[in-house]
Ligand binder design. Structure first.
Ligand code: ZN
Ligand code: ZN
Length: 598
């Protein structure tokens, strides 16, 4: 064959395959969605070498007769086109008429299908129909796609990244399993089971099958509705943070969607509970009248547009924050070290490593424990610990926002490295980062002060005058009213200069000029200025500045006050940057560590 001829053939096939078969995942997606459309209750996906060598999808759906089977592989197969209305309806996964022929043009495809009356087998190689014959009558469809990309140069590229291919596929199937807990999904790669759900229609069970028991134990159910939206699902404890958003799954009327505003409001609900570049694990099902959504905004229909998004955002935010504010979130230091293996596993989810470590026996064990977890999660009592105090009850500062006491009174014992307070109570030993704790207390105080509509101000004995370059001066002038609302008295004062005569009372009295500068800097440098973000930023910045530092040797009395004020916080467990304020060694941990109890 001449070189030019080969190039022509490769090029033609590549064009035919188009975007549809850019990744093995696209092929799996097409086949799985066909299986779902065929009303299957069990779908088995068997991969060899992450699908590059072989993808086999077997379902128990309605199957096809011979005519439909052949038609499915001709370009612009019309069976789906006829139901164009289905495009936008909830039950159909949409029109993908060109996908099967494209797949068949770059691989060797064998289809076996039966509707229970006739059985058909056909084979297509590189787009050419090789044979059609009758086959067994097991109802359902099985499609075997071999040597994907064998006649295109793309294949080599993917051989280098089998793990990436597998990660895409498992991410996709995980989301489908979460969308269809009533369908049993089995996924294997090189005969190793990666996922095996039971189709029992229990969402928490699917979460357990995907993420494992360690995660499942730390999921909290949320449920609520307003006039337009119904929301139900599971959110993770903040400690289960991940470094990407892949584990946030949102379903709208049963379909997986990816909407940035929606993800943002979920992540924002965890604000200060986790560091800024970390994300929780979430599965949220949203039900809404289809009139209120526009599914047509994105060609792949992963994204949708909500009308009345504000009410949805409000609902989700309040559901999540209400749950988080009930939790006790003190990391157990001893437990952390013990389960380090597991923790690595959680934080690297979707990386193929997990699947290499997959151990079917361990999964069985987890399954047996699962029922127990469901019971405890469903009975809702996991978040309230009965007080079992042996100590005489002290008069306590009761936080007024929470009915549940999340941290018991702690008694300071001493200070380590001028930085960490050691404290104790009947439950165990606590280490508190004095800066982080003080920062949290100050942050909540400033946030409250900043939102005071009638700020208390204090006149400066010596007014502060500050000069700015013209570009910065313009931005400042535009935002004078914000500064006035915050409690600043300020005026223009000659050329690109402002004078400040009074400051809000919460602002630090020492280093006033520096603190004012800092606030003005935030206004000047923040792009897309948003008031609530600005206030939050100021509160965090001023809180940090105003807090005791590491190596400040505070007194026993200071420690007592600090711990009590920390306990009264809305979220005493993390500083405004999402770092922990407090960790614990439980009484039991200590006994174990010293071999007093085995
Ligand atoms: Zn700080
Ligand atoms: Zn901090």
């Amino acid at each position: 064959m001449s070189k030019i001829h080969i190039m022509d053939e490769i090029l033609a096939n590549k064009i035919a395959a188009g975007e549809v078969v850019e990744k093995c995942m696209n092929v799996v997606k097409e086949l799985v969605e066909n299986a779902i459309d065929a009303q299957s209750t069990e779908i088995k996906i068997e991969l060899q070498d992450s699908g590059v060598k072989e993808i086999k999808v077997t379902d128990n759906g309605v199957g096809m007769d011979q005519e439909d089977a052949i038609l499915a592989f001709s370009r612009h197969a019309t069976s789906k086109l006829l139901e164009e209305d289905d495009l936008y309806s909830i039950n159909s996964l949409g029109f993908r008429g060109e996908a099967l022929p494209s797949i068949a043009s770059v691989s060797n495809v064998t289809l076996q299908t039966s509707n229970g009356i006739t059985g058909t087998e056909l084979n297509i190689n590189g787009g050419k129909l090789i044979h059609v014959r009758s086959s067994e009558l097991r109802k359902g469809t099985s499609i075997l796609v071999k040597d994907l990309f064998y006649n295109t140069p793309v294949r080599l590229k993917y051989l280098k990244s089998l793990y990436t291919e597998l990660a895409y596929i498992t991410e996709y199937i995980n989301k489908m399993a979460l969308s269809y807990p009533n369908i049993k999904f089995i996924v294997t790669n090189n005969n190793k089971v990666l996922l095996n759900t039971d189709g029992s229609n229990r969402l928490l069970k699917v979460i357990n099958d995907i993420y494992g028991l360690t995660v499942t134990k730390k999921m909290i159910e949320i449920k609520g509705e307003n006039d337009d939206y119904q929301v139900q699902g599971y959110i993770s404890y903040p400690e289960l943070m991940k470094s990407n958003k892949n584990s946030i799954t949102t379903l709208v009327n049963g379909r997986v969607i990816k909407n940035n505003d929606l993800i943002r409001s979920i992540v924002d609900s965890y604000h200060t509970y986790i560091p800024q570049d970390k994300y929780p694990i979430i599965v949220l099902k949203i039900e809404v009248d289809p009139i209120l959504i526009d599914v047509n905004i994105h060609p792949t229909k992963m994204d949708i547009k909500f009308s009345k998004f504000d009410t949805l955002k409000e609902l989700i935010t309040s559901l999540i924050t209400n749950q988080l504010e009930k939790l006790t979130l003190i990391p157990d230091a001893a437990l952390e070290t013990k389960t380090e293996g597991n923790n690595t596993k959680i934080s690297t989810n979707y990386s193929p490593k997990i699947y290499e470590e997959f151990d079917i026996n361990k999964k069985k064990e987890e399954f047996e424990n699962f029922e127990k977890i469901v019971l405890s999660l469903e009975s809702d009592n996991y978040e309230i610990k009965e007080p079992t105090s042996n100590y005489p009850k002290e008069p306590e500062i009761k936080p007024d926002h929470a009915e549940v006491e999340r941290i018991k009174k702690m008694y300071p014992v001493g200070l380590v490295h001028g930085t960490y307070i050691i404290a104790e109570n009947e439950e165990g030993m606590f280490l508190i980062d004095q800066h982080a704790a003080n920062e949290r207390i100050n942050y909540e105080y400033y946030l409250e002060e900043l939102s005071n509509p009638l700020p208390n101000k204090t006149d400066l004995l010596v007014p502060i005058t500050l000069e700015f370059p013209s570009n910065e001066y313009i931005i400042l002038k535009e935002n004078f009213d914000i500064l006035t609302d915050l409690g600043f008295d300020l005026d223009e004062f000659g050329f690109q200069t402002i004078v400040i005569r009074a400051i809000p009372i919460w602002l630090m009295k020492s280093n006033t000029e520096q603190a004012v500068r800092k606030i003005l800097d935030i206004i000047i440098t923040k792009e897309n200025f948003k008031l609530d973000k600005f206030l939050d930023h100021i509160a965090a910045t001023v809180a940090c500045k105003a807090s005791i530092k590491a190596n400040d040797h505070i007194t026993q009395n200071d420690m007592e006050v600090l711990l009590e004020r920390l306990r009264a916080c809305k979220n005493p467990f993390t500083c405004p940057h999402g770092r922990p304020t407090i960790i614990t060694y439980s009484k039991y941990d200590l006994e174990k560590l010293f071999k007093r109890s085995m």
